[in-house]
Design a protein around this ligand. Structure first.
Ligand SMILES: [Cu+2]
Length: 440
């Protein structure tokens, strides 16, 4: 009997040892892909919803945080491997922030490109289309049950034919199969979850960035382009392997020296390794640019640049126009190197996640030499999971809380950003940080 069972046991062991499919960088098959995009005068988040199978309809939601004057957003999804494509478009209504859903079609898993066109601009975003696979323990359970069923039928048939030896053997096989099925099912919670992102190993070099402005000295009240070109230092080839990092491929913060101009935007990918954004020069003087991105396998990077908008010098005037709700700092006189708690009562109870968080705190030292980015304290737990909280659920508010330690004493320009029912609100603020032991 043992001899008869050996093939069954070997087959089940082989099934158990069956390798699980590899997961794409940082995202599991059941997570949506998110791309914040500043395109056609709009601030959008394009969400590619996770699919459960292919071929199937593919939902792509265009979340308009700042719809500007509105306009048509053309979407096209294309498989890199077999070229299969599908298109759809949504009409974003000017001045009406919200979620605009579109249905495309996905024919295959694997590397894809999502093309987004609006207002004469075009962005091509690479993403992996994943479909959750059946966990292997489940397959083993099904196989064992199927095996057991066949053995049981065989045993009954053998018994009816009075072939006692065969019947006993098959009954034994049935018993083993049932034990294997139940045991595998019972211990399945201890198996490593399949399709979970593999632990990050940082083996790649950082990307070499080039931050450029065209024209080099943008005229006051005219449009200009900011371009971040990323290349690999050793090969000179474009570094085109950016990972989705806080729901975007690149984040760009542009501030004027005096802090009166502040934009937090998300450049479009115009070519491999090239990210561009169209802006308008509204303030004369020196401007500082900070770009935040993450090359797959290389970790996050923060790079900076500067440019000047020629124009009359206003001298040393008050930096940030502080209006509306004001954050409250605790302690009221922050000290360098010690954490402070910054609380903002937004007065709104329907705050939605933006870039995966209830709120963002961006702070810049007065001279521009330092830029910090902090996430809202209570929403951080949501983002520790591989999946971002969904924009369609208004789950935060009215209070936003940030904890941060300023590295050095001095004057800091601070901007708190959050999405009030899809619309992005920016609250500027100034914080004076004292030196430790300065007696205050
Ligand atoms: Cu950003």
């Amino acid at each position: 009997m043992i001899n008869r069972l050996t093939p069954v046991l070997l087959a089940l062991v082989a099934l158990l040892a069956w390798a699980s499919p590899a997961a794409a960088h940082g995202r599991d098959a059941e997570a949506d892909a998110r791309f914040a995009q500043t395109i056609g005068g709009m601030e959008l988040t394009v969400v590619v919803r996770a699919s459960i199978r292919v071929p199937a309809p593919l939902q792509v939601d265009v979340v308009a945080h700042d719809p500007g004057k509105g306009g048509q957003v053309e979407l096209a999804v294309r498989s890199v491997e077999n070229g299969g494509s599908s298109t759809a478009s949504v009409r974003v209504v000017g001045g009406r922030p919200g979620m605009y859903p579109a249905i495309l079609r996905a024919g295959d898993v694997g590397p894809h490109e999502l093309e987004v066109r609006a207002g004469g601009e075009r962005s091509v975003l690479p993403f992996d289309l994943l479909v959750p696979s059946t966990p292997r323990w489940e397959i083993v359970v099904y196989a064992a049950f199927a095996c057991g069923a066949v053995a049981l039928l065989g045993a009954l048939a053998s018994a009816a034919l009075r072939r006692r030896g065969v019947a006993v053997g098959l009954a034994g096989t049935f018993a083993v199969a049932i034990v294997v099925a139940f045991t595998t099912g019972a211990i399945s919670p201890w198996f490593a979850p399949e399709g979970a992102p593999a632990p990050e190993t940082l083996t790649r070099p950082n990307a070499q960035p080039l931050v450029e402005v065209a024209p080099e000295r943008p005229a006051l009240r005219s449009a200009y382009r900011l371009r971040v070109t990323l290349f690999d230092g050793s090969t000179g080839a474009p570094a085109d392997d950016l990972a989705e990092h806080h729901a975007a491929l690149t984040h760009l913060v542009v501030t004027s020296d005096d802090g009166r101009f502040f934009r937090h935007v998300h450049p479009i990918r115009t070519a491999p390794g090239v990210y561009e954004v169209r802006l308008r020069a509204e303030q004369p003087g020196r401007h500082l640019v900070y770009a935040e991105f993450e090359r797959a396998g290389a970790g996050g990077q923060l790079v900076s640049g500067a440019f000047t908008v020629p124009g009359p010098d206003h001298g040393d005037r008050e930096e940030v126009p502080v209006t509306g709700a004001r954050p409250v700092a605790e302690p009221a006189r922050p000290v360098a190197g010690r954490p402070i708690r910054l609380t903002l009562d937004t007065g709104a109870t329907a705050l939605r996640p933006w870039l995966g968080m209830a709120g963002h705190l961006i702070l810049r030292s007065h001279d521009g030499g330092y830029l910090g980015h902090v996430h809202e304290a209570r929403s951080m737990a949501d983002a520790t999971a591989a999946r971002m909280p969904d924009e369609s659920v208004a789950r935060y508010g009215p209070r936003l809380e940030f904890v941060f330690s300023f590295p050095r004493p001095g004057r800091y320009l601070v901007w708190i950003q959050y999405a009030e029912d899809y619309r992005i609100v920016t609250v500027p603020h100034v914080i004076e940080v004292a030196e430790e032991g300065s007696g205050r």
